[in-house]
Design a protein around this ligand. Structure first.
Ligand code: MLT
Length: 263
């Protein structure tokens, strides 16, 4: 997995396949492995770029607060260094979607289309902001040991939790790999992210919104409302799964992605 220096840290990036570029941006507190099935399938037709964001997976050195703008600028530097000049299909899940909005705000000429999976345009409520900051302090003091147990029931549909032990294990491994400083920094960054709802009507590139039927973090109704405000967006609901659509039903997600990207 090549490493790319973005000015202060090294970012590990998968760069596989040939064709129009697709940038896969993972959610919190995961890494590029959440896209394993998408990387395998999409790279038969596209150039797939899938980083471990700073502080996650095999990318280390996050500290303080990692704003969505910092993540977005890291991605732009990665595209520059990989000489990806063509606009990309920016595909982000959850926190990856928050970063997609910030990337659009800062580098919209680099975006040819968007795939927004299980995410939201709204900022955190004051309560959610406070809780994220408390959680960040707690993690810095005591580590990430309990994080997987706390998050798994929110990330996955109940049926996935009981029937897909391998998926559960893979997610647990990713969460346990993330460094505490990176997790805390991303929590603080998400807490201070901007509300992007007012910008939705300006995003005129073709957009696919994907959401799991039982997503408890970014529910389908909220995503439906979001997609309705985007001039060129369509919504696909993946049945019987939760927040981690890409891993809970990779086949359905891959079909939707190939169809959208092939247009
Ligand atoms: C994610 O999946 O990236 C997180 O659930 C996002 C969040 O905590 O808002």
């Amino acid at each position: 997995m090549p490493s790319i220096y973005v000015g202060d840290v090294w970012i590990n990036v998968i760069d596989r396949g040939l064709g129009s570029p697709v940038l896969l941006v993972h959610g919190f507190p995961l890494d590029h492995r959440m896209w394993a099935e998408q990387i395998d399938v999409l790279s038969t037709r596209h150039r797939v770029i899938a980083p471990d964001l700073r502080g996650f997976g095999d990318s280390y050195g996050a500290a303080g607060t990692t704003t969505m703008a910092r993540f977005a600028d890291d991605l732009r530097l990665i595209l520059d260094q990989l000489r990806v000049d063509e606009p990309v299909a920016f595909c982000g899940l959850s926190m990856g979607g928050y970063i997609a909005f910030e990337f659009w705000r800062r580098h919209s000429v680099r975006v040819g289309s968007m795939v927004l999976c299980d995410t939201r345009s709204a900022a955190d409520t004051p309560d959610a902001t406070r809780n994220r900051r408390l959680q960040a302090d707690r993690i810095l003091a005591t580590g990430t040991e309990d994080l997987a147990d706390q998050m798994l029931p929110k990330l996955l549909a109940p049926a996935t939790l009981s029937d897909q032990p391998k998926t559960v294990r893979r997610i647990r491994q990713m969460i346990e790999k993330a460094e505490a400083a990176g997790v805390a920094a991303a929590l603080r960054g998400m807490a201070e992210r901007a509300d992007s709802t007012g910008m939705l009507s300006d995003i005129r590139v073709p957009t696919l919104c994907l959401v799991g039927e039982h997503d408890a973090i970014s529910p389908p109704d909220e995503m439906r409302e979001m997609a309705a405000q985007m001039p060129s967006a369509q919504l696909v609901v993946i049945p019987d799964v939760g927040h981690m659509t890409t891993m809970e039903n990779p086949g359905a997600v891959n079909d939707a992605l190939l169809e959208f990207l092939g247009r």
